[in-house]
Structures are given as C-alpha cells and as structure tokens.
Design a protein around this ligand. Sequence first.
Ligand code: APR
Length: 230
Amino acid sequence: MKKIVVLTGAGISAESGISTFRDSDGLWENHRVEDVANFDSWEKNPDLVRQFYNERRKQVLEVQPNEAHKQLTRLENDFDVTIITQNIDNLHERAGSKKIIHLHGEITKACSVSDANEIYDIQGYELKASDIDKNGQALRPFIVFFGEAVPMIEPAIKVCEQADILIIIGTSLVVYPASGLMHYCKKGCKKYLVDPKRPNADLSGITFVQEKASVGVKKVVEEILAKELE
Ligand code: APR
C-alpha cells in the first residue's frame, strides 16, 4: 500500500470557523499570541494562559470538521495515510482520520507540568486552576508552547521519509520544525500544496493548488485516486 503523508496547518480549519494565526493580526485581547502561548507566561500568569486556551477550546468544541478534513478520509481505503498536523484542534479526528500526529499538542487535553507524558482529557471546555496532577500541581494545557521542544517531530520525520505522496494544506510554512518536514521526503515523492495564498517558501518540485482547502483538497484527492488506482 502506498504511503500518503498529509501536513496540515491552521488553513485547513479556517473554513470550520477557526481563524488562522498569521492571516489575522495575531492578537488576542491585545496580547500577542506568542506572548500568551509560552512557558514564561504560564509561570508568571497561569490564569491568563488558562483563559486563552479555555477560549480556544470552547471554540473548537463548537465548530465542525469541514469538507477538506472529510475529503482526506477518502484516501484511507486505498492508502496508508498519516496526518501530521500543527493544529491543536481535533477536527481531523472528528472527520474520521485514523493516524494523526499532533506536533503542537491537543487542546482537549491537559498534562502534568513535571511529566508531559501524564496526560488527562479535559471534561467540557474549561481547564480550572483546581485541576491537579498526581502530585497536587496545577495541570497545564497539553500544548507545545513557543520555544519548547517538539517531541513529536521525530515520528513525523520518520513518516515523511517513507512517504510516496505528500500533501501540504493551509500552512504559511514559517514555523520550524514543521516547515522543514517536506525536505525529509525521498526523491520521487509526489508533493502537493493547497493554499489560497502562495507561501513564502521554495516550492520547486511541488504542485501548487491555489485554492481554499475545501476546494483544493477535493481536487488533489480526486487526482490521486484517479492516477494511482487507474
Ligand atoms: N484553506 C487553506 N488555506 C488557508 C485558508 C483556507 N480556507 N485560509 C487561509 N489559509 C492559509 C493561509 O494562506 C496561510 O498560508 O493558511 C495558512 C495559515 O498560516 P498560519 O496562520 O501561519 O498557520 P500555521 O502555518 O498553521 O502556523 C504554524 O504557528 O502560531 C503557531 O503553533 C501555531 O501551529 C501554529 C504554527
């Protein structure tokens, strides 16, 4: 079975109603997102950081997967598909995708500050200051903050090395290390990129589909199904 790797960013969830980072002014209640989403802020002002992610979580629980998330699941009958997502939402899961690597964490979960492998599902939308780990310490959102290591990059690199086809969707390709993943694909790996705006990156060897995800992903999925299964 051929292997397809899909790398997604905020753009795939835009049509579900979740705004992207760099298309907006990147502000949240006058805070720069980078200033809220880092470990220093968590240590200095955990209430602010909890509130920021509680609002993100509330929104994620209210929206639905869109056509692009759904189209990707069509590939799973005939291909070994792994989704690598920079998104912290759970829309790929809810659309029915089976193998998903979350590079930047998951909004529906919390973890212990002293052990990121001690992970808890958050009930409802709110992580509270009174939600604690085994040692009585307040749980933190299960999010890779700016400046932290990205532990899931290693498995992500491994799947990219094996990919026969790579589909990149809705990412500005400016955040490292996700932006470098495509360079791990072997020679001959067919690459597509779906985005309404041309990212400021070297797109040589990549078929650029300049469309919104809902339209572009359907085109790519249909091309792959037609070409590979003829
Ligand atoms: N369909 C597809 N792509 C879209 C759509 C759409 N409907 N609308 C916008 N886009 C594209 C934009 O053109 C842009 O290229 O989505 C991309 C969004 O880019 P960013 O906002 O930079 O999001 P992303 O690349 O996912 O950011 C990476 O940065 O802030 C951090 O941790 C956060 O995971 C995030 C990471």
